[in-house]
Design a protein around this ligand. Sequence first.
Ligand code: UVW
Length: 309
Amino acid sequence: MTIGIGELLAGSPDNWGRWGPDDEVGALNYLTRQEVLRGAAEIRTGETIVLQRLIGDPDGDPVSPSRTPARHTMTVDESSWDPGGTGPAFPGGLHYADDKIDAYLQGSTQYDALGHVWYDGRLWNGYDARTTVGGLRKAGIDPIARRGIAGRGVLLDLPPWRGKPSLDPGELFDHHDLEACAESQGTVIERHDILVLRSNYLSRTPRQGNDPGLEFSFALLDWFQDKEIPNLVTDTFANEPPVDRRSGCALPLHCSLMRNLGVVFAELCDLERLASACAADRRYEFFYVAAPLRVHRAAGSPVNPVAIR
Ligand code: UVW
């Protein structure tokens, strides 16, 4: 029998109030200016690698079942000046292109707002879940977008450590595995590091289904809390398996890490080029920089993070 998520997480740690009653960026508070400099100190070659997936990918956007792929429409192009077209006659004869997308804000590489998930009527920092009605008046994406994210990133490349090209559907790992993977890479996970976990799961077909990911446990929460991890970044749909096999609860890490500890999630990143670069010189640390788009009262928004090596 599935128990309620509130019951599962009763007595688990939270950071509500830690950064004041009005906080909306949670564990990003760990990323002080000193932490930004610590991240920047990892730059050796100046190589920049972007981590966003293509929106409107001709091969198909990897959207979860509850969402649809982005639809890109040209509103103006050269055909607008065909006979009978509606292209405006600019002085001097200029033509131009305009376009729009109709897209889920969480439909591709994205940051989740801290108010993206909740239970028992409360979201991050104890805000009332009614503040989400009609748009997130608390813990929306804009406070995160206005702050930006910069710090020391660490890639944990799980498939080669497990001896396979990609993790399997539903494959689980925990913080001991993260430490062991780091050790195999010659990497040390330091306090306040931005954790970037590669599964390469989306190279598999079909591209929807039972994500591999970190398995919920209280020991895992304690590890995140001890390490004061500000940001969890992955290349999967949800940064965790959709349902916890032990409790039957959906997305327990969204509820415990994001809602309770304020750890910020970035999902559906493309980590392939970064993984190749790190493997080539066995250097898995870099300066990580990202700023999701500013969208008023949104629950998340697209982002193109940059790893600078
Ligand atoms: C949900 O769909 C609830 O979460 P996410 O978009 O973070 O996977």
